[in-house]
Design a protein around this ligand. Structure first.
Ligand code: G6P
Length: 607
C-alpha cells in the first residue's frame, strides 16, 4: 500500500474546475495519528501547508468546499473532525435540520468549532458510535436516519485504518475499485480517479457502503437491506483533463469544438445513407413519437441549448415544446399530462435542480429523455433513455463545447423524430443531414475569427454593460453570448430578442453601450437590419456577427465578424463561436481567472 497523500492532492487538483473556496484533507501519519489540514483559497496553498508534515498514511480523505453554511475560512473548511478526534468527514450537500441536531448535541456537551452543518453530522456519528454501536457503518447509518437533506459523505475512523464508510443522497458519489480490492478511490465524479482505475461502482440515493481493503464493497440501504451493484467500466479521454499548449481550458475547449461535434455525431450521422440514427429514438419510438408535448428542464447554458431545441423540434416535428428552468419547475405545481415527454439537458449530469425536476416529472408519470455529457452521472442514470453528447470532459466553468454538443444532439433528435413522424420532407431531411455533416469543417473556419476578436476585445475591456441581440435561432445565442461575458469578465450583459429591444432596453443605448447583433442571413435578416439601424440612430456601438459576404449590415455596423453560410437552424453552431472568443479575450485582458470565475461552480450539486 502506498501513501494516499499524492492521490488526494492530485484528485483535488482535478476537481478544481468545479469551483471552490477552500480545501482540506485528513490523513493518518506514520504513527497512526489522524491529522486534518485545511486552507482557504487554492489547493496549492494546502499543498504548501502540508509540505513538511508527516502524511505517510495509506488512507485519507480530502475536499474542496464551496461555502453554504458559514464563510469560507480555515475552520469551516472540510474535513471536519469529531470531538474526540477519532472521526473525520468530508461532505458535499446540505444537512437541512443541522440546527436542531446541533442544539441537541450541545446540550449533551458537544462543542462545535465551525459554523457548518457537516461538523454536526460527524459529531452525531460519534455520538452513536459511543452510545450505541462501535461499528462505524452502523453508527453512520443511525446518524443518517436522523438527517434531512442532501449528502455525499466519506467518513474515516482513526481506529479502523483499513476502511472508509461512504453514503449518498441527492449528491453524486462514485467508488473506484482497484485491482483485487487492494485500493479504493472515492470521488464526486470519475474525473479525479479515472487515472487509477476505470472500474466504478455508482451508489444510489439512500445507500451506505463499507469500503474495506481486501474485501468487496458492501452496500446496503439505510434500512439495512443489502444491495448488489455491478462494477461499471468507464471510458474517459484523460487528454481532456490537461490544458496542453493552451493557456486556459476554456480556449482549448472552444478550439476542440469541430472535433467534439464530430465525436458527438459519430455513428449517429450516417453520411453514406444520409440518415440520422439515434438508438434512443429506435428503442423508445412509441414513447417519443407519441409525445404530445416536450418539456425541456435545465439550467444555465443547458437552458439556452433547450431554447434552440424547442425551435428545432417545433420546426421539424410539429410538436409543441416548453422550456423550463429546472429550479422553477421543481417548485411549481407544473401541469404534466399523459403523453408529455420531459427532456433533461445537463453537461455535468449532476445539477441538483435538474435532477429534482426529473424526479418530479417521473413521479407524475412522464417519460424522461436525457441529453447529458457526463457518462454514468446521476442525471444519465435517472432518465429513462437519452443521447449522450460525447464531447469529452468540459473543465472550464463557462460552458462552450458542451453547448454546441447539446445543440447538435437536439438537431439530430429533431431530424430523427421528424423523419419517423413524416413531418419533414425528404428533401429538407437530406439537405439537413448533408449540411450537418460539414458543420465541423465550417466551425473550423469560424475559429479564424479568434484573431480579429482578440484585437476588438481591447476596445471592450472597459465597458460596463453589453447588449446582445438576435432573432429566431440566434436569440438563444444572444442569451448565451451575454451569459459567457457575465460569467467570466464580470461585465453586465443582457441578451434580448432584437425586436423586443424597443420595449425597454433601447432606453439604455448610448455611445458607451456596445451592442452585439447576431445578424446572419435568414428570413428575418431585413428585420434585424432595421433593429441595427435603430441602435445606430441612438449612437450605440455595433459589433455584428454576419454571414460571409454580407453587404448590408457591413454598411451600418462599427465592426463585423463573418461566419460561414449554413442552413438557418444550424446557424447557432457557428454564430456562438465568435461570442465565446469575445467573452474569453475580454476576461483575459481584464486579468481574470477565466477557468474558475469567482462565485461560480461547474457542477452545482446544491439547490
Ligand atoms: C453551472 C455552470 C454552467 C452550467 C449550469 C448548468 O451554473 O457554471 O456552465 O451551464 O451550471 O449545468 P449542467 O451541468 O446541468 O449543464
Amino acid at each position: 500500500m502506498g501513501y494516499s497523500i499524492d492521490i488526494l492532492i492530485n484528485g483535488l487538483k482535478r476537481l478544481e474546475y468545479r469551483g471552490y473556496d477552500s480545501a482540506g484533507l485528513a490523513v493518518m501519519n506514520s504513527k497512526g495519528v489522524l491529522n486534518a489540514y485545511k486552507e482557504t483559497g487554492r489547493v496549492a496553498n494546502l499543498e504548501a501547508k502540508i509540505a513538511d508534515k508527516d502524511t505517510t498514511g495509506s488512507i485519507g480523505i480530502a475536499h474542496t468546499r464551496w461555502a453554504t453554511h458559514g464563510v469560507p475560512n480555515e475552520v469551516n473548511a472540510h474535513p471536519h473532525t469529531s470531538q474526540s478526534g477519532r472521526l473525520a468527514i468530508v461532505h458535499n450537500g446540505i444537512i437541512e435540520n443541522y440546527a436542531v441536531i446541533k442544539a441537541r448535541l450541545s446540550k449533551m456537551g458537544y462543542i462545535f468549532k465551525s459554523e457548518t452543518d457537516t461538523e454536526v453530522l460527524v459529531q452525531l456519528i460519534e455520538y452513536y458510535q459511543k452510545e450505541q454501536c462501535d461499528d462505524l457503518t452502523e453508527a453512520v447509518r443511525l446518524a443518517l436516519k436522523q438527517v434531512i437533506g442532501a449528502y455525499a459523505i466519506v467518513v474515516m475512523d482513526r481506529d479502523r485504518a483499513d476502511m472508509l464508510v461512504v453514503a449518498k443522497k441527492s449528491s453524486p458519489l462514485v467508488v473506484g475499485v482497484g485491482e483485487d480490492n487492494k485500493e479504493f478511490f472515492i470521488a464526486s465524479d470519475a474525473t479525479p480517479i479515472v487515472e487509477y482505475t476505470r472500474n466504478m461502482v455508482y451508489l444510489n440515493d439512500g445507500e451506505i457502503a463499507t469500503v474495506k481493503i481486501g474485501e468487496n464493497i458492501k452496500v446496503a440501504t439505510l434500512d439495512n437491506k443489502e444491495v448488489c451493484h455491478d462494477v461499471k467500466h468507464v471510458e474517459m479521454n484523460i487528454g481532456c483533463l490537461e490544458k496542453d499548449e493552451y493557456e486556459h481550458f476554456m480556449i482549448k475547449e472552444i478550439y476542440e469544438q469541430p472535433q467534439s461535434i464530430r465525436e458527438c455525431m459519430r455513428g449517429r450521422l450516417l453520411i453514406d445513407k444520409k440518415e440520422i440514427v439515434l438508438s434512443a429514438v429506435r428503442d423508445y419510438k412509441e414513447e417519443l413519437l407519441g409525445a404530445e408535448r416536450f418539456i425541456v428542464v435545465s439550467c444555465g447554458t443547458s437552458w439556452h441549448a433547450g431554447l434552440i431545441g424547442k425551435q428545432l423540434i417545433e420546426t421539424y416535428c410539429g410538436i409543441p415544446v416548453t422550456v423550463e428552468y429546472a429550479s422553477e419547475f421543481r417548485y411549481r405545481n407544473p401541469v404534466i399530462n399523459k403523453g408529455d415527454v420531459v427532456i433533461a439537458v445537463s453537461q455535468s449530469g449532476e445539477t441538483a435542480d435538474t435532477l429534482a425536476a426529473i424526479q418530479l416529472a417521473k413521479e407524475r408519470g412522464a417519460f424522461v429523455f436525457g441529453i447529458v455529457n457526463s457518462v454514468g452521472s446521476s442525471i444519465a442514470r435517472a432518465t429513462d433513455t437519452g443521447t449522450y453528447i460525447h464531447v469529452g470532459p468540459e473543465i472550464g466553468v463557462a460552458s462552450t463545447k458542451a453547448f454546441t454538443g447539446q445543440v447538435t444532439v437536439f438537431v439530430m433528435l429533431a431530424l430523427a423524430l421528424g423523419r419517423e413522424k413524416g413531418t419533414i420532407s425528404d428533401e429538407d431531411y437530406k439537405a439537413m443531414v448533408t449540411e450537418l455533416a460539414v458543420i465541423p469543417d465550417k466551425m473550423e473556419k469560424a475559429m479564424k475569427t479568434d484573431g480579429i476578436i482578440k484585437d476588438l476585445a481591447k476596445i471592450y475591456t472597459y465597458a460596463h454593460n453589453f447588449l446582445y441581440l438576435g432573432r429566431g435561432f440566434n436569440y438563444p445565442v444572444a442569451l448565451e453570448g451575454a451569459l459567457k461575458l457575465k460569467e467570466i469578465s464580470y461585465i453586465h450583459a443582457e441578451g434580448y430578442p432584437a425586436a423586443e429591444m424597443k420595449h425597454g432596453p433601447i432606453a439604455l443605448v448610448d455611445e458607451k453601450m456596445p451592442v452585439v447583433c447576431i445578424a446572419t442571413h435568414h428570413k428575418l435578416y431585413q428585420k434585424i437590419l432595421s433593429n441595427i439601424q435603430e441602435v445606430k440612430a441612438r449612437n450605440g456601438k455595433i459589433l455584428a456577427i454576419v454571414t460571409e459576404g454580407d453587404v448590408d449590415v457591413k454598411r451600418v455596423a462599427d465592426y463585423v465578424i463573418e461566419v460561414p453560410q449554413t442552413i438557418n437552424s444550424l446557424v447557432p453552431l457557428l454564430s456562438v463561436i465568435p461570442l465565446q472568443f469575445l467573452a474569453y479575450h475580454v476576461a483575459v485582458l481584464k486579468g481574470l481567472n477565466v477557468d474558475r470565475p469567482r462565485n461560480l461552480a461547474k457542477s452545482v450539486t446544491v439547490e
